[in-house]
Design a protein around this ligand. Structure first.
Ligand code: GLA
Length: 391
C-alpha cells in the first residue's frame, strides 16, 4: 500500500546540498492530478472537475552566474549538464521534460540565466496521475520565481502543454497543467477548458474520501492511442463543420445536432464524439450533486463516465474494469471509474469516510482474487497546487 507520509523533501534537500554545497535552494512542490470526472474533454474545449493528489515532485533550484544548467534526478540517480546557449532534446528521456520546459521559456524570450536543479518524486509515473505535467509545471513555476519572470498561471500552463506536445509526443489538453497551478486543499476545481476559467467546488462537507487503486498496468502504446482519440474527435468536428460552419470544437455542438448527423460520421468517430458530449454534461451535473450533497447522483454519474470510457471511448482495460466493478459492490462507495488517459493506471473511488476500513479489506480481495496482484491502494486528500516550500 502506498503511504501518505514521505521523506522526499529531506532526500531532495540532502541531494541538493551534495551538488550545490552551501547555496540555499528555492524549493517547489508540484503535485500530481486527480480527476473526479471529465475525461478526454479538455482537448475538446470541455469541462473537468479536478484536484491535486498528495503526492508530488519536489524540485530544489539555485541560480548560477553562468549559462550552465546542471540537473540531477534522484529517481534516475543521474546527472546531466548542458548550457542555455546549446539547449536541445537529448537521447536520454528523463532530462527532456525539464529541457523542453526551459526551451519553451527561451522561445517566449524570458530572461534566464543558468541554474542547478535537483528533483525527485513520490508520484508514480504512468499511473494516470499526470507526473509529467507535475515536472513541467514545477520547472516553469520554479524558474518563474527564481528569475522573476512575471508569467501568469495561463502562460505557465500553456508553456507546460507545449513541452508535452513537442518533447513527449503527447497532444494533451490543458487540464492537468491549469489544475497543477490552481488546485486548493479540500476543494475540487471546476475547469472550463474553452477559456480556462475555473471555480472551486467545496469537497469536505460530503464526508467522502478520494481513494486511488493502481491497476499497475503501464501500457507503452497508450501514447499513440491517446493521440488517435484526439484525432478522431477532430475528424468529427471537421465533418460537422461542413454542415454548420463556425464550429471550432465539440463544445460548439449539441447532442441533438450530433445525433441528427450520425450518418455522416464514421461509427467510431460518432462514438467518441457522443462520449465527449455526455461527459461534459456529467461534469456539470456532478458539481450540482456535490453542492446538494446528493451522493446517489454522484455515484450514478461517475459510473456512467466509466461505462462511456469503456464502451464508447474504448480506453479502459480488463484490470481497470475489474477494479471498478469490484468497488461498486462495496457499501459506502459513491462512484468509481477509470481516471486519466486510460489503458491502465488508476481508478478513482469516492468512499464514505466511515467505510474506508471495509473498502480497503474488500478491495484487497479484489486485487488478490480478480487481478492476482498485491493491492496498491492510496487514500488521498485534495491538496494544494504547486507552491514554494519554506524550510
Ligand atoms: C491525460 C492528458 C490530459 C487529459 C487526460 C484525459 O492526462 O494529459 O490532458 O486529456 O489524459 O482526460
Amino acid at each position: 500500500m502506498m503511504t501518505s507520509q514521505s521523506p522526499l523533501l529531506s532526500i531532495v534537500i540532502k541531494a541538493h546540498e551534495r551538488l550545490c554545497l552551501d547555496k540555499a535552494p528555492l524549493i517547489v512542490k508540484s503535485p500530481g492530478r486527480i480527476n473526479i470526472i471529465g475525461e478526454h474533454t479538455d482537448y475538446n474545449n470541455g469541462f473537468a472537475l479536478l484536484g491535486a493528489v498528495d503526492k508530488s515532485v519536489v524540485l530544489a533550484f539555485t541560480p548560477r552566474a553562468d549559462n550552465a544548467i546542471r540537473l540531477h534526478s534522484i529517481d534516475f540517480d543521474s546527472t546531466f549538464e548542458t548550457s542555455l546557449s546549446t539547449l536541445e532534446a537529448t537521447g536520454l528521456e528523463w532530462p527532456n521534460l525539464v529541457l523542453g520546459s526551459v526551451i519553451q521559456l527561451q522561445r517566449s524570450e524570458q530572461n534566464l540565466s543558468g541554474f542547478d536543479l535537483v528533483y525527485g518524486a513520490d508520484l508514480p509515473r504512468s499511473a494516470g496521475l499526470s507526473s509529467s505535467s507535475a515536472i513541467a509545471c514545477g520547472v516553469i513555476y520554479g524558474l518563474n520565481k527564481l528569475f522573476d519572470l512575471n508569467m501568469s498561471v495561463n502562460d505557465m500552463a500553456w508553456s507546460a502543454v507545449r513541452t508535452e506536445h513537442e518533447f513527449m509526443g503527447v497532444r494533451c489538453g490543458v487540464m492537468d497543467q491549469i489544475n497543477n497551478l490552481r488546485a486548493q486543499e479540500n476543494s475540487a476545481l471546476l475547469l472550463d477548458c474553452q477559456d480556462q476559467s475555473s471555480q472551486y467546488v467545496p469537497f469536505e462537507q460530503q464526508k467522502l474520501s478520494v481513494v486511488l487503486c493502481d491497476s499497475q498496468v503501464r501500457r507503452k502504446l497508450s501514447l499513440s492511442k491517446y493521440n488517435k482519440r484526439r484525432g478522431q474527435c477532430e475528424e468529427g468536428v471537421t465533418v460537422l463543420e461542413k454542415i454548420k460552419p463556425g464550429i471550432k470544437s465539440l463544445r460548439d455542438i449539441s447532442m441533438d445536432f450530433l445525433q441528427s448527423n450520425k450518418s455522416l460520421l464514421n461509427p467510431t468517430v460518432y462514438k467518441r464524439c457522443h462520449f465527449v458530449l455526455e461527459e461534459n454534461q456529467r461534469v456539470l451535473k456532478t458539481c450540482e450533486a456535490l453542492r446538494n450533497n446528493d451522493l446517489e447522483s454522484i455515484k450514478r454519474l461517475l459510473y456512467a463516465s466509466h461505462e462511456g470510457l469503456r464502451d464508447l471511448y474504448q480506453v479502459s482495460c480488463a484490470e481497470i474494469n475489474k477494479l471498478v466493478d469490484g468497488a461498486m459492490q462495496i457499501k459506502g462507495v459513491y462512484g468509481a471509474r477509470l481516471m486519466g488517459a486510460g489503458f491502465g493506471g488508476c481508478t478513482i473511488n469516492l468512499v464514505e469516510e466511515s467505510q474506508i476500513g471495509t473498502f480497503l479489506n474488500e478491495m484487497t480481495k479484489v486485487f488478490r482474487d480478480k487481478l492476482r496482484k498485491s493491492p496498491k491502494i492510496h487514500v488521498t486528500a485534495l491538496s494544494k497546487g504547486t507552491h514554494v516550500v519554506n524550510v
